[in-house]
Design a protein around this ligand. Structure first.
Ligand SMILES: [Zn+2]
Length: 460
C-alpha cells in the first residue's frame, strides 16, 4: 500500500542541503509515494493538499542523519559497565557479543534503533555485529529504519574472539549474505561485505570480499587505522603502509568505507583520495578513548581533498551515545581545539557529514541525504520551541552548537512518519527498557564480565 501523502507546512526553516545549500525560511515540503515531490516557500505550496499536514511553524526541517559506523547488538545491555581507565575493553566486548542469544540480540538491537531514530538517524551501518539478522529483521521492519548490514569475517588470529573461517569460506559466506539480504524491505536493508580489518584478514579474504561486493553492486567496510607503529609493521610485513597495502590489494575504491582512519599520513590521504574511497570517523569515540585527535585526526585534510567523510557513533560502549547531533558538535569543536584554529570544521561541514556527504559516503547520495524533489523522503523536524534553540538567527549554528538529538520532534523515513511528536509507535518502550536491563544482568552473570558499578559507594 503506498504511504499517504504528507505535507510539512510553514517550517520555520528548511535546511535543504541541496546543491546550493539553500535554507528556506517559512518553507513547506510535499511528500508523495515516499518521495519528496516539492519543496519551496510556504506561499508557493499554499494551495497544495495532502492526506496529512504537519504544522511546522515552530520546527526546523533537516535531512535525516546517516550513522556510518554503529555497532548494534550487545552493547545496549551493558552500556557504561567499563570503567574509564580501561584503555581497551575489546576482549570483553567480543566475549559479551559472542554470548548473546537470538532473543537478546533482537531486544538490544531494537533499543539501539529506538535511540537512533528518536535522535534523528534514518540510516546506519552496523559493521558486522549482528549475529542473528533473521531475528532482527522484525526490528528493522517495524521501526522503518534503513540499515546496512554484513557478516563479520576474519581468517587470522586476533587478540579477541572474532568469527574466523578459512578465507574461501569467509568469501562464500559474504557472497551468500549479500545475495540473501541486499535490497530487502523495499531497499531499506542493504548488505555489504564486512571483513573486520586488514590485521585480522588475509589478502585472499580481503580481495574475495571486495570481489563479492563488486559483483553484487554493493559496498565494503572495514576497521582501519594507521600511525607510525602501524606503518612500520605494515611496511615490514607487506612492503607498504596500511592504506597503500589495501590499495595494492585492489580493495580501495568508491564502494569502500574505511572506519576510523586515525593516524593516516599525507601519503595515505592521497591514496584514499585518488581511489575515491570514503571514510567514516567517530569523533566522540576518538575523544572518549583518548586517541589523540590533535596528532591522529585528519578530518580537515580528508575534506580538503574532497574525500566523502561520514560520521559514526561506534557502539554505546565506545562513544556511549548514538546522537548524531552530538557527534556533529564534537567533530566541529574537537578540530578547532586540536589545531588551535577556529576555522577548522565549520558547523556547515559537520552537518554535511551527517547528511548529504554521509549519504554519499554510504553510496546512497543520489537517493538520500538532502531535501530535494525526487529524493526519498527521509527528514527530521527539530522542535525549536525549547530553551536551547533560543534565540534563533543562524539555524545551522544553533543545530550544531546548541541543540542535541533530544529536540527531534518528528522523523520521516521513506515517507512514513516513524517518530511523531517525540513518540515512536513500533515498540512499548518501558517493557523494552526493562527487558534490556534484565538481559544486561544475565549477560554479566553468564559471562562473569562485570565491574564495580561505581567508584562511589552505592547504597541499597
Ligand atoms: Zn567498529
Amino acid at each position: 500500500m503506498p504511504e499517504p501523502s504528507l505535507k510539512i507546512e510553514n517550517a520555520r526553516y528548511v535546511l535543504t542541503l541541496d546543491r546550493e545549500r539553500r535554507i528556506i525560511r517559512d518553507g513547506s515540503i510535499l511528500v508523495e509515494s515516499g518521495r519528496i515531490n516539492r519543496v519551496g516557500r510556504a506561499a508557493e505550496l499554499a494551495g497544495v493538499r495532502a492526506d496529512r499536514v504537519i504544522d511546522a511553524r515552530r520546527m526546523l526541517a533537516s535531512p535525516g542523519f546517516f550513522n556510518g559506523h554503529m555497532h548494534i547488538s550487545y552493547a545496549h545491555a551493558v552500556r557504561g559497565i567499563f570503567p574509564d581507565e580501561m584503555a581497551s575493553p575489546l576482549l570483553h566486548v567480543f566475549n559479551l557479543q559472542t554470548a548473546m542469544t537470538e532473543e537478546e540480540e533482537y531486544h538490544t538491537s531494537l533499543l539501539g534503533i529506538v535511540e537512533l531514530v528518536k535522535s534523528g538517524t534514518v540510516c546506519f551501518v552496523d559493521p558486522g555485529s549482528t549475529k542473528f539478522p533473521d531475528a532482527c529483521l522484525q526490528a528493522y521492519q517495524g521501526s522503518g529504519v534503513r540499515v546496512i548490514l554484513g557478516e563479520c569475517v576474519s581468517d587470522q588470529p586476533a587478540p579477541f574472539t572474532l568469527p574466523r573461517y578459512p578465507a574461501a569460506e569467509g568469501v562464500a559466506r559474504t557472497s551468500s549474505f549479500l545475495a540473501k539480504w541486499h535490497g530487502r524491505l523495499g531497499g531499506r536493508v542493504r548488505a555489504w561485505a564486512m571483513p573486520f580489518s586488514a590485521e585480522t584478514c588475509s589478502a585472499e579474504l580481503l580481495r574475495g570480499c571486495k570481489r563479492a561486493a563488486d559483483e553484487h553492486g554493493t559496498g565494503f567496510t572495514l576497521h582501519h587505522g594507521s600511525g607510525p607503529q602501524a606503518r612500520q609493521e605494515s611496511t615490514a610485513r607487506h612492503g607498504a603502509g596500511p592504506t597503500q597495502y589495501l590499495e595494492s590489494l585492489g580493495v580501495l575504491g568508491p564502494n569502500v568505507l574505511l572506519a576510523h582512519a586515525l593516524g593516516i599520513d599525507d601519503a595515505e590521504i592521497e591514496c584514499i583520495a585518488r581511489t575515491s574511497t570514503a571514510v567514516v570517523m567517530c569523533p566522540v569515540t576518538a575523544a572518549k578513548s583518548g586517541r589523540g585527535v590533535p596528532a591522529n585526526g585528519r578530518m580537515p585534510e580528508l575534506l580538503a581533498r574532497g574525500v566523502r567523510v561520514a560520521l559514526g557513533s561506534d557502539s554505546p560502549n565506545n562513544s556511549n551515545h548514538l546522537d548524531l547531533v552530538r557527534a556533529m558538535n564534537m567533530a566541529a569543536i574537537q578540530y578547532k581545539d586540536a589545531r588551535q584554529d577556529t576555522r577548522q570544521i565549520p558547523a556547515e561541514a559537520a552537518l554535511e557529514m551527517a547528511t548529504i556527504a554521509g549519504a554519499q559516503a554510504l553510496g546512497v547520495g543520489d537517493e538520500l541525504g538532502s531535501i530535494e524533489p525526487g529524493k526519498k523522503a527521509d527528514l527530521v523536524l527539530f522542535d525549536t520551541e525549547r530553551p536551547e534553540w533560543q534565540a534563533l538567527f543562524n539555524p545551522v549554528n544553533n543545530l550544531v552548537y546548541s541543540a542535541d538529538g533530544r529536540s527531534v520532534h518528528t522523523v520521516v523515513i521513506d515517507g512514513r512518519v516513524v517518530v511523531d511528536a517525540y513518540r515512536q509507535s513500533f515498540v512499548d518502550e518501558s517493557r523494552l527498557f526493562a527487558r534490556v536491563q534484565e538481559i544486561g544482568e544475565q549477560l554479566q552473570s553468564r559471562t562473569g564480565i562485570s565491574f564495580p558499578r561505581s567508584r562511589w559507594p552505592v547504597i541499597s
